[in-house]
Design a protein around this ligand. Structure first.
Ligand code: 6R9
Length: 661
C-alpha cells in the first residue's frame, strides 16, 4: 500500500513550538511521562483522581475500577451524577451563563447564537416535555435529527432525565431506523420535519413514519417533531407532537435525574464484521470523563476558543466532540448544518474566517476533497480566506496520508498550528492514541502516542507484544473509563468481538492493524483487519452491504463486497454480483447497476452505495465453496492476478469480473 509505505518513510518531524508548550494544559514531554507513570503505578487511583477533579458528583464514588466481572468492567460505580448537569448547570455557576455555547450556522448561512443560560433553559423545557409524555429514566429514545441546536438539546434532555438515547444519522434509511428502534426497544423518537443540506430539503419525519409502518415499532408512543422547514408532513394524532407545542408552558428548570456512574448514557449503532450493526453501549461518568479530558488535553480548549468539530451528531465524534465534551468544558462551538461544498467549496474556510474559529476538527476525506476543489476552482482555495484565527487542527476517522496532512498543516494551519491526528473508535468513547499539542513532536501520517493512561499496544495472533517496527493487531491492555460497556442485548457478541479467546480474552481488540516506529514507538494505523470498510470515514460492514444486495431477491442471486483504495474517500465499495437472469452487458448492465445502487441506498443509506458493481456468471470460489475475497480485492484494484488460482473451482469467471460496467 503506497500510503503506508510513505508513512513508514516519513522523516519530517514537527516539534511543538515554545508558545504552544507554554499555553498547553499538558506542557512538555516530562509532564506527559509523569502522567503515564502515575497511571502505571496506580492505575485505578490515577483515573479516580481525574474523575474527582473533572466531574461534578452528586454522591462521590468510593471505588474506581471494578474488574470482578471482566470484560464487563465498571468504573466509579457507587457514585451518582448527571451528565447534563455537568455540561450545563456547571456553566451557570462558574460565570459562563451568558457566554455563547452554540453558534449555529444553517445550510443557507443564517447564524444564530445560544448562550449557556438559553441552552440550559431549552434543555430543561425539553426534558420536562419528554417527562410529560411519560418518558423516564432507562427508556430508550431514538434521535433522528439534523445538525441543529435542537438536536444537541434533544441529547442533553435525554441525559437530564436519564433516558438512554440512540442517535441515528439523518442519512440512514427507514429500514435502518426501524432496525434500531426494534433492537433498542425504543419507546419514543425525536425527529424533524426535514433537514437542509446543500440547498436541498431532505425528509426526516416521513422516513420515521415509513420505519414505524414496517412493523415491530408498536412500543413507540411518542414522536416529537422539530419544525425545521415547515413543509407539509403527516402528523399522527395522539402519537406525534410538535416540539414547539411540547415546550409550550414547560418550566425552564428541571431537577436532573441523578443516575449511577454506569447508567447507559447512549447507544450508538456501528458496523462490525458480521451481522447487523451493533448497539455500542456507553456509560455516564467514565464516558464523560474522557470527553472532558480529551477536549482539555488534546485540543487544549481554553475559555477564549471558538471550537468547531465538523462531524454530525449521528456519529460518535458528534457525541464526544459536540454534544458533550465541549459543553462540559464551557466552550463556544460551531454547530454546522450544511455541507463543505455548498454554496461552494470555500464554505469551511469562510466559516472559520467569519466566526474566528481557533480549534478545527475534521476528517481526512473532507480535507482530500477540499484539496481537489482548491486545485480546480481558484475561489475555493483557502488562500482567499483569513485563517489566522486558527491555532490547532485535528483529524479523525481514517488514516490521513502524509500529503493531505502537509496540505492541512501548511495551507489551513499556516505552518503554525499543530495537527492532532486522533485515533479512536465508537467503542473507545474518545481519543485513545493521539498527539498532545504541548508535548508530541508530530510526524505526518502517525497518530503518535497513547493518551496518558491508555495501555495501547501492538500484538501478534497469540496476544504477545510484537517488536517495534513490526506490524500486528492494535489492542488496549487495560480497561479504561470511556470504553464500550457491552453490545446492547448481546453481551456474548461484545465478549467475542472485543476480547477474543485467541488473544487470551483480556485484551481489547480494536480491529485495526498497527505498527510502532522502530525508534520512537509512534503508532501508525494500517486499516481494519476485519471485513469493515472505511468509506469517507464512515464504518460499513461488507456483510451488511452484501445482505442488502441479496435482499433484492427479484434480481440478485449472490453478492460479495470488498473495499478498494480510493484517493478521495479512502476506500470505495466494490460489489461483485451474480444475477438471477443472464449476465447483462452495455446499457442493460448500466441500468441494473443504477437499480442496485438505489436499492442499497434505500436499504441502508446513500453512503453505502457501491461505487463499482460488476457482474459475473459466478463468484470465484474454492472447491469447498468459500468466496476468495483476496482475489476480489485484487480484481477491484485492477491488479494482475498473480495469486495461485489452482484451488479455484471456476477460474474462467475472473475474466468477466475484471470488467467494470
Ligand atoms: C472516531 C471514529 C473507527 C475506525 C477505526 C479506524 C478508523 C479512526 C483514525 C482511524 C487511522 C485515525 N480511524 N480514526 N484510522 N487514523 N486517526 O472514527 O469512530 O466510526 O467507530 O471508526 O476508524 O479504522 O477502527 P468509528
Amino acid at each position: 500500500m503506497a500510503s503506508i509505505d510513505s508513512v513508514l518513510q516519513e522523516h519530517r518531524v514537527f516539534p511543538p513550538s515554545a508558545e504552544t508548550i507554554a499555553r498547553a494544559a499538558i506542557s512538555g514531554m516530562a509532564a506527559y511521562e509523569a502522567l503515564c507513570k502515575e497511571a502505571e503505578t496506580d492505575y485505578a487511583g490515577y483515573w479516580a483522581r481525574l474523575a474527582r477533579e473533572h466531574l461534578l458528583w452528586k454522591k462521590p464514588f468510593t471505588q474506581s475500577l471494578d474488574e470482578s466481572n471482566a470484560p464487563f468492567y465498571k468504573w466509579f460505580e457507587d457514585g451518582t451524577l448527571n451528565v447534563s448537569f455537568n455540561c450545563l448547570d456547571r456553566n451557570l455557576e462558574n460565570g459562563n451563563a451568558d457566554k455563547v455555547a452554540l453558534i449555529f450556522e444553517a445550510d443557507d448561512g443564517k447564524v444564530t447564537r445560544t448562550t449557556y443560560r438559553e441552552l440550559h433553559s431549552l434543555v430543561c423545557k425539553f426534558a420536562n416535555g419528554l417527562k410529560s409524555r411519560g418518558i423516564k429514566k432507562g427508556d430508550r429514545v431514538i434521535i433522528y435529527m439534523p445538525m441543529s441546536v435542537e438536536g444537541v438539546a434533544a441529547m442533553q434532555a435525554c441525559a437530564r432525565i436519564g433516558a438512554t438515547h440512540s442517535v441515528v444519522f439523518g442519512g440512514f434509511s427507514a429500514k435502518s431506523v426501524q432496525e434500531r428502534v426494534v433492537d433498542a426497544g425504543a419507546t419514543a423518537v425525536i425527529t424533524a420535519d426535514e433537514q437542509c443540506r446543500g440547498g436541498k430539503n431532505i425528509a426526516l419525519k416521513a422516513v420515521v413514519d415509513e420505519a414505524i409502518a414496517m412493523g415491530g415499532c408498536e412500543a413507540i408512543h411518542s414522536v416529537v417533531v422539530y419544525k425545521r422547514t415547515g413543509n407539509a408532513i403527516g402528523m399522527s394524532a395522539g402519537r406525534d407532537v410538535w416540539l414547539h407545542d411540547l415546550l409550550e408552558g414547560q418550566s425552564a428548570t428541571c431537577e436532573p435525574e441523578w443516575v449511577g456512574a454506569e447508567h447507559p448514557l447512549f447507544l450508538l449503532y456501528t458496523s462490525g464484521s458480521t451481522g447487523k450493526p451493533k448497539g455500542v453501549q456507553h456509560s455516564s461518568a467514565g464516558y464523560l470523563l474522557h470527553a472532558i479530558l480529551t477536549n482539555k488535553w488534546t485540543f487544549d480548549l481554553k475559555p477564549e476558543d471558538v471550537y468547531w468539530c465538523t462531524a454530525d451528531i449521528g456519529w460518535v465524534t458528534g457525541h464526544t466532540y459536540i454534544a458533550y465534551g465541549p459543553l462540559a468544558c464551557g466552550a463556544t462551538q460551531i454547530v454546522f448544518e450544511g455541507v463543505p461544498t455548498y454554496p461552494d467549496a470555500g464554505r469551511f474556510w469562510r466559516v472559520i474566517q467569519d466566526q474566528k474559529v481557533s480549534v478545527f476538527y475534521t476528517a481526512p476525506t473532507a480535507i482530500r476533497s477540499l484539496i481537489k476543489a482548491a486545485e480546480t476552482t481558484a475561489t475555493a482555495h483557502p488562500r482567499n480566506y483569513d485563517l489566522t484565527s486558527l491555532r490547532l487542527l485535528g483529524t479523525v476517522g481514517e488514516p490521513i496520508n502524509p500529503e493531505a496532512w502537509m496540505w492541512y498543516y501548511e495551507q489551513i494551519g499556516g505552518s503554525r498550528c499543530p495537527v492532532m491526528d486522533t485515533f479512536w473508535q465508537t467503542e473507545t468513547g474518545g481519543h485513545v492514541i493521539t498527539p498532545l499539542p504541548g508535548v508530541t513532536p508530530l510526524v505526518p501520517g502517525s497518530c503518535t502516542l497513547p493518551f496518558p493512561g491508555i495501555a495501547a499496544a501492538v500484538v501478534d495472533e497469540s496476544g504477545h507484544d510484537v517488536e517495534w517496527g513490526k506490524g500486528g493487531f492494535l489492542v488496549i491492555k487495560r480497561p479504561w473509563p470511556s470504553m464500550i460497556r457491552t453490545i446492547w442485548g448481546d453481551p456474548e457478541r461484545y465478549r467475542n468481538s472485543y476480547f477474543p479467546g485467541d488473544l487470551g480474552g483480556k485484551l481489547y481488540l480494536a480491529g485495526d492493524g498497527a505498527v510502532r516506529d522502530a525508534k520512537t514507538g509512534y503508532f501508525t494505523i494500517m486499516g481494519r483487519i476485519d471485513d469493515v470498510l472505511n468509506v469517507s470515514g464512515h464504518r460499513m460492514g461488507t456483510m451488511e452491504i452484501e445482505s442488502a444486495l441479496v435482499s433484492c431477491t427479484e434480481l440478485v442471486a449472490e453478492a460479495a463486497v470488498v473495499g478498494r483504495p480510493d484517493d478521495l474517500t479512502g476506500e470505495a465499495i466494490c460489489a461483485f454480483v451474480v444475477l438471477k437472469g443472464p449476465r447483462p452487458t452495455g446499457d442493460a448492465a448500466k441500468a441494473i447497476v443504477k437499480k442496485l445502487q438505489d436499492w442499497v441506498a434505500k436499504e441502508i443509506g446513500p453512503i453505502a452505495k457501491p461505487k463499482d458493481i460488476r457482474f459475473g456468471d459466478n463468484l470465484p470460489k474454492t472447491r469447498s465453496g468459500k468466496i476468495m475475497r483476496r482475489l476480489l480485492r485484487s480484481l477491484a484494484k485492477g491488479e494482475e492476478i498473480t495469486q495461485d488460482v489452482s484451488t479455484l473451482e471456476n477460474p474462467a469467471i475472473l475474466e468477466q469480473l475484471k470488467q467494470s460496467v
